[in-house]
Each structure stands twice: as C-alpha cells, then as structure tokens.
Design a protein around this ligand. Structure first.
Ligand code: IPM
Ligand code: MG
Length: 369
C-alpha cells in the first residue's frame, strides 16, 4: 500500500495539544503496520495570521487540496477577536471548507454509556443516544451574496447576509443524509424554517422529492428548526439522522453535543463530492473550539480529536477495523473511569491531555494483542 498523505493543521488554543495525542496514535498505528500514513503539518487560524498575515496561505490551501485527508484542531482566540473580518482565524477554516467543497458535515452525537451521567439531561432521556447531524457546510447564510456592512444615506449602518440555496446544493447533502440513514435507523428529519423562509420551503420540497424518487425505504419527517431545538432537549432519542442547513446545523449540533455530556467528546467529518476512483476530499475536526481559557495547561480532552481521526480511518480510507479498534479503546478507557476534567465524575481518575493519550495508547496495545 502506498502511503496516504495526511495534512495536520493543529491551529490555535488547545488544537496543538489535543493533536499531539492524535499524532502519537498515528505513529503507533503506522508502527504496527495498521496504516501507512505520511503526515505533514501546516498553519491555520490565528497562528497562521501571526506568521504570515493571513489565516490560511495559498500554499497551505494547495496542500490541503492535494492531501488524501486533512485533520484540523481548532482555530481562534481572544487575541485575534478584533482583526478585520477578512483575516479572522475562522476565515481560514471557512476557506478550507469552501475551496475543498466540503458540503456535507457529519456530526455524530453519541452518548457513551460511561458518560451518560455527565449529560445535562436525565440519564433515562439520553442513555444509548445516537444521532447523526448532517449539516450543509458550503452554502446558506455563511457564504451567500450580497453580504457586508454598509452606511445608509441617513448615516445609519446596515449589516447584510443572504440565505440562499439551490436545488443541487440541497440534493447533494440530502443524499448523504439518506445514504447514512440506510446504514442506521432509516429515519431522516429534515430541518428548516419553511414557515418563514423561501429557502426553507425550497429545502423542504426538494428533500421530499428526492425521498419519493430515490429513498422510499427511508422514513422522512420535516421539522421547523426551532421545534427541533426543543425536541432535542425534550426527547432526543426520537432522532436518527438530522439534515439541515449551514446555520441551523451550527446551532443544533452544539445543542446535540451538550446532550452527550461534553463538547470535548464530539468528532466531525466534512466531506466533498466523489472525485472519481472512490476519492473525495475530506477534513476531520473536533466540534469543540480552541478553548483559549484552558489552552496550554494539559487540561483539554483529546478524545474529540482522536475520534475525528477514527472518522478519517472510516470515511476516507475504509479502514473499518482500525476505526473500530480506536473507538473501542476510547470506550474502554472511559469505562475504566479515566477522565479529563470536563467529564470528571465521582470515583473516577482525573488525568490531563497527555494522560488521556497514554491511556488510549495502553488500551490500543492491549486490544491489538
Ligand atoms: C463550527 C464553528 C464554526 C462555524 C466557526 C469556528 C466558524 O462554530 O464548526 O461549528 O460556525 O461553522
Ligand atoms: Mg459551531
């Protein structure tokens, strides 16, 4: 097997320290001959701005385009909050998503048995929870034109963003959701605000048409986004796959994340279209942000980033056994009561970022015989 090229963009805040633990796991898997990955690294976000005056250089962008998969840590921090919009750390991430055409963002919200108690909801509501949120990632109000801030003749200022979706943008992300649903519980909730937004009405109509034409075996329900937020905290287990637009997906995935007990646990995959030969561009990143308040203190939970790497094994390289191995190791470590501060509970053993990495590696060695 020729080596696959993985580009690591650790980013800002806790990004580098959680990524250090992933790099240890990559080395371990390479060493065992389970994978053959060639890793290179680059800058994104505030660290790139500090070094190059831009949150993502053209050169790094090109390397991301050429990589077999990209693994990203987190971007942003208070020291860059007052930068011009065009060079904010987040723009680096948004450019990666846009230029790589990563239109389907998969955000699983999975409750590990060992952590069910850490959820903000009652145990009986979240036990066994397994939701997949499919968020549209390259369209909608995040990228719609016109946008900007203008000054009106009367001196008042006006901020403008545009929510816009085309048929093909809706269909390609809905297909990802239906395909995933077929491998899970065969149920899709399509979420929009068709009661107030034309783009939402179009979304609803196109998703329904697609289901009737190609996915009659999948159960489809439409739901308004506000109701979905409410249902997520009321009876979250009613959901299997949720497909929604960029902005609603941003909000609802944070909400779903909290149901699982910790934002520090959630991985994500952002996938592009088929480039032929089974190849598609892909970027994997934890859902949590850069958490500047705990950065550099060996406190961050590396599991979301580690599980993002597991999603890479699964979705980019079809290495299902290796992904299962890593998921199992994470599961066992949690079952053994090993916890970072964010998921700490009575009777458990608290470890730091590297302690969690140690525990995962030890468990991997044990499982792999
Ligand atoms: C996310 C984040 C990003 C988003 C930010 C960092 C631009 O909140 O990935 O959910 O809004 O998409
Ligand atoms: Mg978000």
């Amino acid at each position: 097997m020729t080596a696959k090229n993985i580009l690591i963009l650790a980013g800002d805040g806790i990004g580098p320290e959680v990524m250090t633990q992933v790099k240890r796991i990559i080395d371990w898997m390479n060493g065992k001959g389970l994978t053959n990955f060639a890793v290179s690294e680059g800058l994104v976000g505030g660290c790139s701005y500090d070094a190059h005056g831009t949150p993502l250089t053209d050169e790094t962008m090109q390397r991301a385009m050429d990589a077999d998969a990209v693994l990203l840590g987190a971007v942003g921090g208070p020291q860059w909050d007052n930068l011009d919009f065009s060079v904010k750390p987040e723009r680096g991430l948004l450019r990666l998503r846009k230029d790589m055409e990563l239109f389907a963002n998969l955000r699983p919200a999975l409750v590990f048995d060992a952590l069910a108690e850490a959820s903000s909801l009652k145990l009986e509501l979240v036990k066994g929870l397994d939701i997949m949120i499919v968020r549209e990632l390259t369209g909608g109000v995040y990228f719609g034109q016109p946008r900007g801030i203008e000054t009106l003749p009367n001196g008042e200022r006006r901020g403008i963003n545009t929510q816009v979706y085309t048929t093909s943008e809706i269909i390609r992300v809905a297909e990802v959701a239906f395909d995933l649903a077929r491998k899970r519980g065969s149920r899709v909730h399509s979420v929009e605000k068709a009661n107030v937004m034309e783009s939402g009405l179009l979304w609803r109509e196109e998703v329904q048409k697609l289901r009737d034409a190609k996915y009659q075996d999948v159960h489809l329900e439409h739901m308004y986004a506000d109701n979905c937020a409410m249902q997520l905290v009321r009876t979250p287990r009613q959901f299997d796959v949720i497909v929604t637009d960029n902005l609603f997906g941003d909000l609802l995935s944070d909400c779903a994340a909290m149901l699982t007990g910790s934002l520090g646990m959630l991985p994500s995959a952002s996938l592009g279209g088929d480039l032929g030969g089974g190849k598609r561009r892909a970027l994997y990143e934890p859902v949590h942000g850069s958490a500047p308040d705990i950065a550099g203190q060996n406190k961050a939970n590396p599991l979301a980033c580690i599980l993002s790497y597991s999603m890479m094994l699964r979705y980019s390289f079809g290495l299902l056994k290796e992904a299962d191995l890593l998921d199992q190791a994470a599961q066992n470590v949690l079952n053994a009561g090993i916890r970072t501060g964010d998921i700490m509970a009575a009777g458990c053993t608290q470890v730091g970022t590297d302690g969690m990495g140690d525990a995962i590696l030890a468990e991997l060695s044990k499982l792999n015989g």
